[in-house]
Design a protein around this ligand. Structure first.
Ligand code: SAM
Ligand code: SF4
Length: 511
């Protein structure tokens, strides 16, 4: 059946979902699809979903619901629900939203182009999902979840200089509140040689910073040619990839924060001094009910090892407030933990009971919503005050940053002026033969690509820095003197006045 070739995709959730969407879009673009801004224009609409909290699911179901009537006028339209919620709800998606045509789990994303065609030709609903965690042997279940890492479309990345790289899929920790072990299946690490090859390809495409992704990224292990590779080995293996300036990895599991990893971070200069290691709660009883596998004392011991090996390392956390049985006293222990560990930042979530999880089966969701909300606000206010105090320590210091590109503010201004997006500006840079600023095309986009604007970058310890500079700095390391701060951002002025650009010599960047 004919279709207009326009694809709309909405993505909710974590970085893993963002990467999945990037890859699905790349596969469809290879088949001639073109991205568009509204589901109303598109004959193919995909929702890449998250099941971690109920709120995320509601959001998706209401977006899907809004398409119900438009769909009647567009018989060619194919609507697909993909990712975590598809794996979790399976046929239930069709009961809740009968106008959906396609349900594809996290382990079957590679099949999307074929399944979309199948719906178009047969007009029959299609479902492709993996086995449930209890539907077979571990190997059989693991085999039904395949890691999806096809070649990239550089255009799909949020910035041309940064890319996510999946190093593992799934999770075997089974924290009692969490659906991820069900929606993403058993923990499986990718072969290190595949990862190294992907990083090399990305570097050749201009990527300067890679973020390695895994639900418990520091649990990575893979035996290749008789040798066990841990995350520390993988970091060493990819560290010297030509063109790569910075390597990050998220998210870490406290129990797996081994000394070899901390030492690798210390010894490998391109690895960020940043660790996202969620504590989740500051009370041992709550941690036990969450089945996190560590106590606050274990976490403290881990922090001491981090501080001893990497004194300049920033640590961030996640917290769940209002988990089953969390008394006021238990909650105050989370407040104490934030005071003690002084996280760079924390993501704070109200507990959301998830059907099929141990916590939902075993415990009452007994903290009222109003109390969850109040605790969320209190913990957030405390964390914000600490983040601001710690950021203030940077005022007057000069920091090295990897420049990502225009800040959100500058990008919004650029869009409102109807100038091309950042990728287009980067393309102009790439077509510049390296002879310098004067040869950048003198049309409006070329001019916009070289005039100073607000830029954003990150320090080696992952602090966000904004400053005014020439967008040519994107993808390079630059020195910025910090002049002010908020809880989330350092505000500064560029110190570096010269940059190596292509094959040309040193060029002035700011007058
Ligand atoms: N694998 C990571 C870890 O263990 O830290 C996190 C993965 S999860 C997608 C991201 C965060 O969502 C968790 O760290 C937790 O704080 C939060 N989360 C997970 N399940 C939740 C639930 N049922 N209710 C509220 N927050 C939840
Ligand atoms: Fe979920 Fe726990 Fe696995 Fe993180 S470690 S994905 S919170 S089960």
């Amino acid at each position: 059946m004919e279709h207009n070739g326009k694809l709309y995709i909405e993505t909710v959730g974590c970085q893993m979902n963002m990467l999945d969407s990037e890859l699905v879009v790349a596969a469809l673009r290879n088949q001639g699809y073109e991205l568009c801004e509204s589901p109303k224009e598109a004959d193919t609409v995909l929702f890449n979903t998250c099941s971690v909290r109920e709120h995320a699911e509601h959001k998706i179901y209401s977006s899907v619901g809004r398409l119900k009537y438009g769909r009647r006028k567009r018989p060619n339209q194919v609507i697909g629900v993909i990712g975590c919620m598809a794996q979790k709800d399976q046929q239930k998606v069709f009961e809740k939203a009968p106008h959906v045509d396609l349900v594809v789990g996290t382990g079957q994303l590679a099949e999307i182009p074929r399944l979309v065609d199948e719906v178009r030709t047969t007009r029959k609903k299609q479902v492709a999902v993996s086995l449930g965690r209890r539907d077979g042997s571990r190997d059989a279940v693991a085999g039904s979840f395949t890691s999806y890492d096809p070649l990239r479309d550089p255009q799909m990345r949020p910035s041309p200089w940064q890319a996510f790289v999946r190093i593992m899929i799934g999770c075997d920790k089974f924290c009692t509140y969490c659906v991820v072990p069900t929606t993403r299946g058993p923990e499986q690490s990718r072969p290190p040689s595949d990862i190294a090859r992907e990083v090399r390809t990305l570097a050749e495409q201009g990527v300067r910073e890679v973020t390695l992704l895994g639900q418990t990224v520091n649990s990575y292990k893979h035996t290749e040619e008789g040798r066990l590779h841990r995350l520390s080995d993988l970091l060493e293996m990819i560290h010297d990839t030509s063109g790569i300036e910075r390597i990050k990895f998220v998210t870490n599991y406290p129990k797996d924060m081994t000394d070899d990893l901390l030492q690798a971070m210390r010894d490998l200069p391109k690895v960020s001094r940043y660790l996202h290691v969620p504590l989740q709660a500051g009370c041992n009883d709550v941690l036990k009910r969450m089945k996190r596998g560590y106590t606050v004392e274990d976490y403290r011991e881990m922090m001491q090892r981090i501080n001893a090996t990497l004194p300049d390392c920033a640590v961030s956390s996640d917290f769940i407030v209002g988990f089953c049985g969390e008394s006021e006293e238990s909650f105050q222990k989370s407040m104490d933990a934030v005071r003690e560990f002084r996280f760079k930042n924390s993501f704070i979530f109200k507990y959301s009971p998830r059907p099929g999880t141990k916590a939902d089966d075993l415990f009452d969701d007994d903290v009222p919503e109003s109390v969850k909300k109040r605790r969320n606000n209190e913990l957030l206010a405390l964390q914000t005050a600490i983040s601001e105090e710690d950021n203030a320590e940077f005022i007057g210091r000069t920091v090295e940053i990897l420049v990502e590109g225009p800040s959100k503010k500058a990008s919004r201004e650029r869009a409102s002026m109807d100038l091309p997006g950042w990728h287009d500006a980067a393309k102009l840079e790439a077509t510049d033969d390296g002879a310098g600023a004067d040869t950048v095309p003198a049309d409006s986009s070329g001019a916009a690509a070289s005039a100073a604007m607000q830029l954003v970058g990150r320090t080696k310890c992952d602090r966000i820095v904004v400053f005014d500079g020439n967008p040519r700095l994107a993808g390079t390391l630059a020195e910025v003197r910090v002049e002010d701060c908020t809880a989330t951002t350092l505000l500064g002025a560029i110190v570096t006045r010269e940059v190596q650009h292509g094959s040309a010599g040193l060029l002035p960047i700011l007058s």
